[in-house]
Every structure is written in structure tokens, then in C-alpha cells.
Write a protein that binds this ligand. Structure first.
Ligand code: M6R
Length: 606
């Protein structure tokens, strides 16, 4: 997720772009840049935040009334000056800003290198600029059309040519982009807040739209360059509301981003019935000798690791443990050169997680980071890193990062199973096909969020909750309980359903709420028996069950059905009702959801 802004009109472009970028900084903040077309086509960019870009701009005079700006959240290539956008084409006649992921960029890059081109950055974006230049025969619109038809993946683009001061071109596919309509000036932006100061009239571009943005007109086309029409919408939001996309809190916005996040986590990894992890360098030979696997992490990332433990045992047939990093770092974990350690972290900067990683490396383990923030300490220090591509997460309570972590871990484990000959071709295809359906299923769940909101509102005075489940549902119970306690301040315990009778059942009364996660088919009857134990003590039960499990309705007080997928993939979507429940409980209790008391987004001290 990055932020794009573009301007053409009668005013100096630079201050308008900088103001827009500041309002998009929530979309990414590891590097920033602008391109201004004046006497020349100039690009100034830097690693760091918009304030760092402003600092750099103090020493340069950039004059021109047409320009593009970008604030980056890295996906391909470390956050540094060279990888920052805008990207020039090889001759520097074209510039491109991009938000999204080009899945086939390596193939395109190889093709262009074969033709004799030399690249400057490690990004997927640069190939777009080079392709456009290759196709350019005096008409930027035609060249962009030809180039984008070769791209696979997601992209929102702004493209400018040194030869053409009358327009720039914008394209949208699977990444958001809007056009802002002014008087004698027009804009593009990744999101509404960037341009709200200048206009309230916007066109929300749809997938496959190409926009030709001129000072006085905006022309819209489809990918064949046939003219199309879109409605103009009037936006009456405040800037703050707009940043949250009209949602009341970032947490809710991030939960509603999950269908997109699920897609992005598998981009370039699930194709044609195959699962590939191109970012993984670990060799087949090393894999043969691996005899133990750890997942180390904190908080929500640790809970994603618990899913990884089950998946490792099932698909890699290896002993696996999920460990809380703050414990692991002070133990004497049995680790040697045949140990594989996954280090899971959204920020990649958590102090305990980093310490655990260093200990594992010192003892000779091979380490793989499952990380969201590109270029973070964990990603720099692990042997391999697989990014989860969730985009910046702003709410303290982690939601979309968890979904992306779980999905990425499952993809990596399945890929390693394939590499080590433990996953047959048919099974691989079965899982690949099921992954592709997950975004739609997530959307289906979100479409029923009002049911969860209603249930939470009815339960808002409850003070004691247990989240129970078995196997992967237990992993989910841990996360459901953490979410609830951290933002709604309700006491919550995540428990293996079978453990209840060994103690916690003594606490269950008519004042207790039990959230029973029962999506894992092989054990659902067992969990059902545990629900009956709770009901016999007058506890209230909300069950999260898989579609079609009708029996549970007769036992639980309320059931929320999640759509059916393969059992092992269910955590990716079944966590959504748990996240929504925590959110709506906190909302019903009138709490500061995005900034819960006593907590910080990234815990960089021990
Ligand atoms: O950035 P990390 O993933 O390493 O952070 C780990 C935990 O601090 C984090 O997941 C924390 O538990 C969240 N507040 C949970 O919502």
C-alpha cells in the first residue's frame, strides 16, 4: 500500500503534491518523492518520511504546474533512495508512480534485460516505466495502454512524459485511485483526503480504467482505449473521516481491508494451481536435513505462529513449536544447524522477537522472517524473508496483519512440503484453488458484520469471557481473546476446549460468555460436547462454526456461520468474526479503540 497524488493546473504543483502526500502518509511512510514537469522533467526522492523529502527539496528549485508524488510502503526492494518513487524510464523521458504489486515483473524484467536494458532499482515498478518507454511513439496514452496490457497484478499508476506538458495518464487495476475535478485544474490520488482541500468532486476509477488528465478535461477509457463514462461523486467528509475511508476507526477500516490483504498475500505465489514462494532462497538440500521447526513471535504474531505449528506437523511432518519470544530468548532452546526458525512480526522491530532471532542464529538455526514492514530489522537479520504485504497497520490492535501472517505461513509451509516431496501435485492444486477463493469468502463474512455488532451490543456488560476451540480453532481462540481484552478491557481467556473441565469450568456461571470456535471439521463433535458442558453450567455461548453444521444451533445461544473452506485454511477467514466481535464490544463500551490504554503499536523495548 502506497500513496499517489498527481496535479495539473494553473498553480505550482509542488506544494499541492506535498500537502497531498502528507495526508496520504498513513498509507506508507518509508520513502517519498515527487516528479515535476517544468523546463525539465525532474525527480526528487528520498528514503524516509515526507518531512525528509521537504528537507531535500529545500536545496532545489522545482517549478512546474504538472507533477506526480508518491509516499511508499515498500513491497519489492528495500526502502532506500533508489527504490523510492517516482521511477524514471531508462532515458529519463517517462516517470511512473505506482501503488500495488506487479506479479510478473521478474519475467518482464528478464525480457527487458535480454533486450539490452539496464535497471537502476530493485522495484517491480521500474519495469512499467521501461515498458512504456519501449512502446512510446509520440503518444503517451497509447504507450501506457500497451504497457498495462502486459502487466499482471495490482496497480494504480500515474505516468508523465517529458514531451507532453498537456496531460498525464492514470490507470487503475485492483489498487484504489480517484480523480479529483477542479476548475482549470485536475488531480489524481490514492485516497480522498489528499485532495479534499481543493475539490469535493471526484470520480472513483474502476478496475481497468485509464484516465487522461488534462488541465480542463478528464477523458476516461477502458483498457482497449474505448471511451467510457463514470459518475462524479460529491464528497462531504472531513479530512480525518476520509483518512479512515469513512469508517469510525482505523481498526474497522483495516478489518474491512482484509479481502484485499488476502489477495495481496498470495500475489505471485498462487498461480495456475501451483504454490510458489519466489522470495525464498532456502535450498532443497537444507530442507532435507531440517528436523525441528520453531515459530517465535509476540502477541498476535505469536498466535499466527501457533497456526504455523499445526500446519508444520501436518504438512511437513516435523516436530514444531510456537514460542513466545520473551520466553524463548531466556531459555535454552534445543537448536542446531538443522533447525528452522520462523520469526513472525508485523513491525519487524519488536525487541523480544529480535533477541529471539539473534539467539536462534547464534545457535546455528536457519531463520525465515514472516514480516510486514519491508526493510525492518527482522527482515534484515533473517536469512530469508517472506513479506506478508498487508500494508501499513495503524490501529494498535493487529487485525489485517494477522490474517496476512497466517496466510503467508500456510503458503510457505505448503511450498516447503512440496519442495520436500511431501505434497502431491493434486493436493497442491486443491490448496491453491482454495486460497484463490478466500478473498470472496472474507467479503461474505464482512457482509454480515451487523449480526456480530448486534450480538456484541447485547453482551456489552459482560465481564468474563472464554474463547475455546481445538487444534486450529484453539489457535484462533487465543487471538480472539487477545483482541477482546486489548481493546474492550473485558477479561478474556483463550483455552483449548478440552482443558475447560480441568479447572476453568469452575468459573463458568450465568454471567460468563463463552465464544466457542468450531470450524475444524475433524474435531467439531468434540468441541460440541464442550459447549454442552458450558451450557449445563448456564454459561452463554456464541459459536463460530462452519456453514452447514446445523447441529450446533440446538446447543449454542447464537451461531455465526463462516463459509466453508479447507479446514487448514479456515483460520485466515474465521478470525474475522472474532476481530469484529472485539471491535463492536469496545465500541458498545465507548472506548478509544485505535489507541487502547497502556499499549503501543510497536514494542521496541524489552
Ligand atoms: O510488530 P509485531 O508483530 O512484532 O508485534 C507483536 C505484538 O506486539 C503485537 O502483535 C501486539 O500483540 C498487538 N497489539 C496485538 O493486537
Amino acid at each position: 500500500m502506497c500513496g499517489i497524488v498527481g496535479y495539473i493546473g494553473g498553480n505550482e504543483a509542488l506544494p499541492i503534491l506535498i500537502e497531498g502526500l502528507k495526508r496520504l502518509e498513513y498509507r506508507g511512510y518509508d520513502s517519498a518523492g515527487v516528479a515535476i514537469l517544468g523546463d525539465n522533467l525532474e525527480v526528487i526522492k528520498t528514503q524516509g518520511r515526507i518531512k525528509d523529502l521537504e528537507e531535500k527539496l529545500k536545496n532545489v528549485k522545482l517549478k512546474g504546474t504538472i507533477g506526480l508524488g508518491h509516499t511508499r510502503w515498500a513491497t519489492h526492494g528495500a526502502p532506500n533512495d533508489i527504490n523510492a518513487h517516482p521511477h524514471y524510464s531508462e532515458s529519463k523521458n517517462i516517470v511512473v508512480v505506482h501503488n500495488g504489486i506487479i506479479e510478473n515483473y521478474l519475467d518482464l524484467k528478464k525480457m527487458l534485460i535480454k533486450e539490452g536494458h539496464t535497471f537502476r532499482s530493485d522495484t517491480d515498478t521500474e519495469v512499467i516505466a521501461y515498458l512504456i518507454e519501449d512502446f512510446y511513439e509520440g503518444d503517451l496514452l497509447q504507450a501506457v495502454k500497451k504497457a498495462v496490457n502486459m502487466l499482471e497484478g495490482s496497480f494504480a499508476l500515474g505516468v508523465m512524459s517529458r514531451d507532453d506538458k498537456t496531460r498525464f495518464i492514470a490507470v487503475r487495476k485492483d489498487s484504489p485511485l480517484i480523480v479529483g475535478l477542479g476548475k482549470g485544474e485536475n488531480f489524481i490520488a490514492s485516497d480522498i483526503p489528499a485532495i479534499l482541500n481543493h475539490t469535493k468532486d471526484v470520480i472513483i476509477l474502476e478496475n481497468g480504467d485509464i484516465a487522461e488528465i488534462k488541465r480542463d478535461t478528464v477523458n476516461l477509457y477502458n483498457l482497449k482505449l474505448e471511451p467510457i463514462k463514470r459518475n462524479i461523486q460529491r464528497i462531504n467528509w472531513s479530512v480525518e473521516d476520509a483518512k479512515k475511508g469513512g469508517f469510525k476507526h482505523f481498526m474497522l477500516k483495516e478489518i474491512f481491508e482484509e479481502p484485499r490483504v488476502i489477495k495481496d498475500a498470495m500475489r505471485g505465489r498462487v498461480r495456475d494451481g501451483k504454490i510458489e514462494i519466489p522470495d525464498l532462497a532456502l535450498s532443497k538440500d537444507f530442507l532435507k536435513n531440517v528436523n525441528r521447526v520453531y515459530f517465535v513471535a509476540c502477541g498476535t504474531a505469536y498466535h499466527a505462529g501457533v497456526v504455523g505449528r499445526y500446519a508444520t506437523e501436518k504438512f511437513l511432518l516435523l516436530p514444531a513449536e510456537a514460542e513466545v519470544a520473551s520466553e524463548f530468548r531466556y531459555r535454552d532452546p534445543v537448536i542446531d544447524k538443522n533447525t528452522l526458525v520462523f520469526v513472525v512480526s508485523q513491525s519487524g522491530e519488536t525487541a523480544d522477537t529480535l533477541a529471539a532471532l539473534r539467539l536462534a542464529k547464534k545457535k546455528g538455526a536457519y531463520t525465515i522472517g514472516i514480516v510486514n514492514v519491508v526493510g525492518s530489522s527482522v527482515s534484515r537479520e533473517t536469512h530469508d524473508t517472506v513479506y506478508v504485504n498487508a500494508g501499513p497497520e495503524i490501529a494498535v490492535a493487529s487485525t489485517k496483519a494477522y490474517v496476512a501472517q497466517v496466510e503467508t505461513i500456510l503458503l510457505v509451509i505448503l511450498y516447503l512440503a512440496k519442495l520436500s516431496g511431501k505434497l502431491g501435485r493434486e493436493t497442491e492444486k486443491k490448496y491453491a484453488d482454495a486460497f484463490l477463493k478466500l478473498p470472496e469468502l472474507a467479503q461474505e463474512i464482512l457482509g454480515q458484520s451487523d449480526k456480530i455488532a448486534q450480538f456484541a451490543a447485547n453482551m456489552k456488560t459482560i465481564e468474563e469471557t472464554f474463547f475455546i476451540g481445538r487444534n486450529l480453532d484453539y489457535a484462533l481462540s487465543l487471538e480472539g481473546a487477545l483482541k477482546l481484552k486489548e481493546i474492550s478491557y473485558v477479561h478474556a481467556e483463550g483455552y483449548p476446549a478440552g482443558e475447560l473441565k480441568h479447572g476453568p469450568l469452575a468459573l463458568v456461571t450465568s454471567r460468563s460468555l463463552i465464544i466457542a470456535v468450531d470450524t475444524y471439521t475433524p474435531l467439531r463433535e468434540k468441541t460440541l460436547s464442550n459447549i454442552k458442558e458450558v451450557k449445563a453450567r448456564n454459561g452463554k455461548v456464541l459459536s463460530i462454526a462452519s456453514e452447514g453444521y446445523e447441529k450446533i444451533k440446538d446447543v449454542a445461544d447464537a451461531v455465526f456461520y463462516v463459509p466453508k473452506t479447507l479446514d487448514e485454511l479456515s483460520p485466515v477467514i474465521s478470525v474475522i468474526p472474532l476481530q469484529l466481535f472485539a471491535y463492536y464490544m469496545a465500541e458498545a463500551r465507548g472506548l478509544d479503540i485505535d489507541k487502547p490504554r497502556n499499549l503501543a503499536k510497536s514494542v521496541t523495548v524489552e
